[in-house]
Unconditional design. Structure first.
Length: 193
C-alpha cells in the first residue's frame, strides 16, 4: 500500500480497513468491487487509488492483516519439532482448523481457498517480495522442496474440501489424520487387496 494510506489518522485507516475487510468477507476476490469499498468507507475512488495501487493490493493487505500464512504455520511447527514430519503434521491439523474457522476470518479463508487463481498467486508473490523482501525467503525456499510441495498439495485439497463440503471439525480431522498416515506410512499402509 502507498505511504498516503499509512499517513492517515488511525480512525480513517480503520474505517477503510473495515470497509475492505467487509467486502472480502462478503465476496470472493472475483466478485469484490472498489465501488462497494469506497461507498462503505465514505471515500472517493480517487482516494482509494491514492491509498492502494489496485484492488489486488487492498485484498493482499487485508489477508496479511487478518489471516495467517498456513504454510508458514506448518514450517514453524516443523522447526519446533526438529523437522519430524509426523509430530508437526499431528499438531498442524488442529491448529489449521482452529485458525481458519474463527468467525471473524472464516470467509476470508474460505474465499481464498476456493477462488485463488494462478494470477492471484503470482501477484501475491510479487506483493510479498515488494513489502517484506527477505523476511519470507526462508519459508519460501523450504516450500519449494518436493516433499513440502507434496504436503502442501494434500493439505490444500483437504482445506478446499473442508469449505466446499462444509465438514465439521471431526470430519476434517478424520480425513486429515487418514491423509497424514498415508503421507507418513504410504497409501498401502494397513490395507489388503
Amino acid at each position: 500500500m502507498k505511504k498516503t494510506f499509512l499517513n492517515l489518522s488511525e480512525e480513517k485507516k480503520n474505517t477503510i480497513i473495515d470497509a475492505i475487510k467487509d467486502e472480502f468477507l462478503i465476496h470472493p476476490f472475483s466478485d469484490a468491487s472498489v465501488a462497494s469499498i469506497i461507498d462503505k468507507a465514505g471515500i472517493s475512488r480517487g482516494s482509494f487509488y491514492q491509498y492502494f495501487e489496485n484492488l489486488e493490493e487492498a485484498y493482499f493487505y487485508i489477508l496479511d492483516l487478518f489471516t495467517k500464512d498456513t504454510h508458514e504455520i506448518f514450517f514453524n511447527l516443523l522447526k519446533e519439532n526438529n523437522f519430524e514430519y509426523k509430530k508437526a503434521l499431528e499438531i498442524y491439523g488442529n491448529v489449521l482448523f482452529e485458525e481458519m474457522l474463527q468467525d471473524e476470518v472464516y470467509n476470508l479463508y474460505k474465499f481464498k481457498y476456493l477462488n485463488w487463481t494462478q494470477d492471484l498467486e503470482e501477484k501475491h508473490t510479487k506483493y510479498l517480495v515488494e513489502n517484506y523482501g527477505d523476511e519470507k525467503k526462508s519459508s519460501a525456499l523450504l516450500s519449494e522442496r518436493e516433499d513440502m510441495m507434496f504436503i502442501k498439495a494434500v493439505v490444500h485439497d483437504l482445506v478446499c474440501r473442508l469449505f466446499s463440503e462444509n465438514w465439521t471439525k471431526e470430519e476434517f480431522l478424520e480425513k486429515y489424520n487418514l491423509y497424514c498416515e498415508w503421507i507418513i506410512k504410504g497409501v498401502n499402509y494397513g490395507r489388503t487387496i
